[in-house]
Design a protein around this ligand. Structure first.
Ligand code: UGA
Length: 435
């Protein structure tokens, strides 16, 4: 019989014998148990430490926004100020001096480049976060640098940096495009939306309101603010109090915050509700972009459909049309009316839809890509997940047409052709030639 057979399986029923042999064995057993306990406690403690420091996705305290806000950026010094001044220098008569936040982003890159081309002074600001592949942002930065646009590396939550920028340059306009984008990611990392779209926006407005002169601000809202509104096409007068995602809620909050800063401080503010913008240099987290990548890899494509086989559709809007809308919003923006944080009179407050006015089903988007890429697509029809997506979007742009002269001219087929041309060139090693 092995000594293990002496130990009853039911705890508490074991009767201790008073034998010295058993005593020493018990002591040895106790000591070895203590050693084991200490050993496993250390292992457990180490595992907790590893988990804490290496796993941001499972630890809300260390998720992206907080890590990002802890990042330090190098800025300042005479050489840096010289670059800032030179990039923001106006080169055309009556040109603007524009601070573009999110300049290394998709829309930011295109708008910065268009402004620079027509002789405006442009200074970029971007935190180069890793929401999607930062190397794409770096490639956009290179592109802008070649046309004379300097992107300052920093966060819109950094008041000291923003104040420094306004001290060095008297910006006439701010094109605010820095944001945490993406509808579905809001369920994974809600904090990043609050950090960028609310706290960051407020911080920027705080600095703008105190600037002398105050700049006029044009900023990116989103078609997602229409949420569960089902009156089509979406007009600026429709309900926007039923957001379907936290992303949408933060953009809607931005519109209300804009109202407050306009009301109290006389800041001129224009919000642009973009409708699913696509095109060359686009965002890899968007469906048209990753569908292209996955079709080329022969992977099945998940196509969402609503209840009862309902079609899911988007008012896909080509980037060049959006850029025209952004420039027109800057051109028609009136001056802010405050000085040194005090309102001197009523200021302009506007909101416009910038869409394409012709929604296309996601299944048609896939068919167009299939033809352009010449690859037979494996379709995987799936129920629209409850993750913030709405069934359809459709812009009424008559207000933007009337007041901004906005008129979209690119249909999805034409726009995707340009995107695919850029994509294949960019990702076939010719990254620099893809501009
Ligand atoms: O219009 C807007 O305001 C928003 O447009 C896009 O959001 P979304 O329209 O959802 O764009 P995608 O994520 O590219 O999705 C496009 C369509 O593809 C569908 N989809 C997406 C992913 C997928 O796997 N399958 C699929 O069918 C979506 O349901 C949606 O109808 C942007 O991601 C947002 O940042 C932006 O603010």
């Amino acid at each position: 019989m092995s000594h293990l057979d002496d130990i009853p399986s039911t705890p508490g029923k074991f009767k201790m014998e008073k034998s010295p042999f058993i005593h020493s064995r018990m002591r040895w057993h106790w000591q070895s148990s203590l050693a084991k306990l200490t050993f496993w406690s250390i292992v457990f403690f180490c595992l907790i430490l590893i988990f804490f420091f290496r796993s941001p996705s499972s630890n809300p305290l260390l998720q992206d926004p907080y890590r990002r806000s802890l990042r330090t950026y190098n800025w300042g010094g005479p050489a840096w100020e010289k670059r800032v001044r030179s990039s923001a220098r106006v080169r055309s008569r009556n040109g603007f001096s524009v601070l573009v936040t999110g300049a290394a982003g998709f829309v930011g890159t295109h708008v910065s480049s268009a402004l620079k081309k027509r002789g405006d002074g442009v200074l970029g600001l971007d935190n180069f976060n890793d929401y999607y592949d930062p190397s794409l942002k770096r490639a956009r930065q290179e592109l802008l640098e070649r046309s004379g646009v300097f992107i300052v590396e920093g966060d819109i939550n950094d008041s000291a940096l923003l104040m420094k920028l306004f001290e060095v340059v008297a910006f006439t306009h701010v094109m605010h495009l820095a944001a945490q984008a993406g509808v579905r990611y809001a369920m994974e990392n809600p904090g990043s939306y609050v950090h960028s779209n609310i706290a960051g926006f407020v911080n920027l407005l705080e600095v703008c309101k105190s600037a002398n002169p105050q700049p006029a601000i044009v900023w990116a809202s989103s078609s997602s603010v229409y949420g569960l509104n089902n009156k089509v096409p979406f007009s600026e007068k429709d309900r926007t109090d039923q957001p379907a995602s936290l992303y949408a809620a933060t953009k809607k909050a931005g519109e209300e915050i804009a109202h407050t800063y306009n009301h109290i401080y006389g800041l001129s503010l224009t919000g642009l509700r973009f409708f699913t913008v696509y095109g060359p240099w686009g965002r890899p987290d968007m469906a048209y972009f990753f569908f292209t990548r996955d079709i080329l890899k022969r992977k099945p494509i998940p196509i969402f459909e609503a209840a009862n086989h309902g079609t899911v559709a988007r008012d896909f809007t080509y980037i060049d049309d959006i850029v025209k809308g952004c420039l027109a919003a800057l051109d028609t923006a009136e001056k802010s009316t405050g000085t040194g944080g005090k309102k001197k009179g009523p200021a302009q407050l506007r909101v416009y839809n910038l869409g394409n006015t012709s929604p296309v089903p996601v299944s048609t988007l896939v068919s167009i890509l299939e033809r352009l890429l010449k690859v037979k697509v494996k379709r995987n029809i799936m129920k629209l997940p409850r993750n913030g997506d709405v069934q359809f979007t459709h812009a009424n742009v008559s207000l933007a047409q009337r007041e901004l002269g906005y008129k979209p001219t690119t249909d999805l087929q034409t726009g995707l052709k340009k995107f695919v041309k850029w994509y294949t060139s960019f990702y076939s090693g010719g990254k620099k030639a893809a501009g």
